[in-house]
Design a protein. Structure first.
Length: 385
């Protein structure tokens, strides 16, 4: 029986993880859950899975949960300290890191310091602090198993092969809902338009990131640290069908890909059960019905966020943390209807161009860069509005 801590249990990754747990009660037990603002869903999860420990954002949310749950209420903590307590629980066998955004960094680091294996869905942990995170994971013996479908595909395609035989990684991207739209059309995109992803069901922020292709840019940065390869050996191919989840090309010309229907339960289950596989009740992949799999180069003129991510990765230091923070602020502004879709990339570019300190030696450097970038992005948006 594997004891799980799920950081971000009320989001799409957390919900899918709990679906797998419910289908395999003989393999997994929920030890701790943390949730955001969806207290109703968190309450349902607590009643269904009876964790020993729960963490929420505020003391008010904690008290609300205690009153609703009554006698069956577990220990309920709040704030960053609560998240860290869950992440570092001494009885955990694996921590599922699924908090969206930079907020996932500190609790994920707490899990690493505790020496726990991590099922990593929070890409921002490696985007903002990749070299620091990988160094601590190695020092503490914490294994990071990717949950993102693209990184899981690469992880699986590398199994049984030598790292020295790898020529490049190829991350696939759906291209989002606007792959075929012109720049003029993109200028008129609304939040409702951008939230209609053609293939995947995801949270609001990640769906917008997919529409701008920033999500792929963040994945490029994450792949650099997960698989220890430079930006020059990580490519992106747009693959609208979302069947080939990513590929590895080897020095002899062989390309190994992992394929499957677009369903996040597959990479989640692999991370939970690695190195084994567990049965899932999902539709089989029918390539004959699909008929055609197509690939194309991303248009960096239309999707500047992907280009900015490569630039931040090559600059190094705190540039990826600045990129991520500016993006989070810009996306929220777009969702509120304050800035246009194309201005998301313009805000990020403006923040990245501003003079700043760029050293990355400690997590405090990441947090300082994150705060600076959020402030700078907010001022940039004020100037636009």
């Amino acid at each position: 029986m594997k004891n799980l801590v799920i950081l971000g249990s009320t989001g799409s990754i957390g919900v899918n993880t709990l679906d797998i747990v419910a289908a395999h009660p003989d393999r997994y037990r929920v030890l701790a859950l943390t949730g955001g603002n969806n207290i109703e869903r968190l309450e349902e999860q607590i009643r269904a899975f009876r964790p020993r420990l729960v963490a929420v954002i505020s003391s008010h949310q904690a008290e609300t949960l205690r009153q609703r749950l009554g006698e069956i209420a577990p220990e309920i903590l709040h704030g960053v300290e609560g998240l860290m307590a869950c992440a570092s629980h001494g009885e955990a066998h694996m921590v599922v890191s699924a908090i969206v955004g930079a907020a996932g960094l500190i609790p994920t680091m707490a899990a690493i310091e505790a020496g726990h294996d991590i099922a990593l869905a929070n890409k921002e942990t490696l985007v903002t602090a990749g070299p620091l995170v990988m160094a601590r994971a190695a020092a503490r013996g914490a294994r990071l198993v990717p949950v993102d479908s693209e990184h899981s595909a690469i992880f699986q395609s590398l199994e049984g092969h030598r790292k020295g035989d790898v020529r490049r990684l190829i991350l696939t991207a759906s291209g989002g809902p606007f792959r075929e739209r012109s720049l003029a059309e993109l200028a008129q995109v609304t939040p409702a338009d951008a939230l209609q992803h053609p293939n995947w069901s995801m949270g609001r922020k990640i769906t917008i990131d997919s529409a701008t292709m920033m999500n792929k840019g963040l994945e490029v940065i994450e792949a650099r640290w997960l698989f220890d390869l430079p930006a020059e050996r990580i490519d992106v191919h747009v693959h609208p069908q979302s069947i080939v989840h990513s590929m590895v090309e080897y020095i002899d010309g062989s390309v190994i890909a992992q394929m499957g229907i677009p369903d996040m339960r597959t990479p989640i289950a692999y991370a939970l059960s690695y190195p084994e596989r567990i049965a899932l009740k999902i539709p089989q992949l029918d390539l004959c019905r699909i008929g055609r799999l197509t690939f194309e180069q991303p248009d960096l003129r239309k999707f500047s966020c992907l280009k900015l991510a490569y630039e931040a990765l090559r600059e190094g230091g705190t540039a990826p943390a600045v990129l991520n923070a500016a993006n989070e602020v810009a996306v929220e502004s777009f969702l509120r209807g304050e800035i246009s879709f194309l201005n998301i990339g313009r805000v990020i570019a403006t923040v990245l161009e501003a003079p700043r300190e760029n050293q990355l030696e400690h997590i405090d450097d990441v947090l300082r860069a994150d705060r600076w970038a959020r402030s700078r992005a907010a001022k940039t948006i004020e100037a636009i509005v």
